[in-house]
Design a protein around this ligand. Structure first.
Ligand SMILES: [Zn+2]
Length: 112
């Protein structure tokens, strides 16, 4: 490869990096189980409504206190073990509610 072509390739790479940085302006949220920062679309929002109901909020727009979990069963199970969800939402969560939430997580239904 001649030096000129190499230089222009580097410039292209730099532009690509800038585009990626610009795209990183997506707000990140922290998973309450594994503590990883992820974009909202990789996470599931769970909300405690003003009526003290705990439910999955697929739109992310319900009012109430929200907590985020990765969309996988591992993080969901971990959040149960750590009681991370009830701590994040400051509410006791019954097994019924956990069961309802579980059905919304990827892979949660495959061993039924
Ligand atoms: Zn997680």
């Amino acid at each position: 490869m001649n030096p000129r072509a190499k230089a222009s390739r580097l410039i292209n790479l730099k532009e690509e990096e800038e585009i990626q940085l610009a795209m990183k302006k997506i707000p990140l949220r922290k998973c309450i189980a594994c503590q990883e920062m992820k974009s909202k679309k990789e996470l599931i929002r769970i909300v405690r409504t003003p009526d003290q109901e705990v439910l999955v909020d697929p739109t992310g727009k319900k009012s109430g206190r929200g907590a985020y979990l990765c969309n996988n069963e591992d993080c969901f199970q971990l959040s149960i073990k750590k009681k991370a969800l009830s701590r994040a939402l400051s509410i006791e969560i019954s097994e019924d509610v956990y069961n309802q939430l579980a059905s919304r997580f990827a892979g949660a239904s495959h061993d039924k």
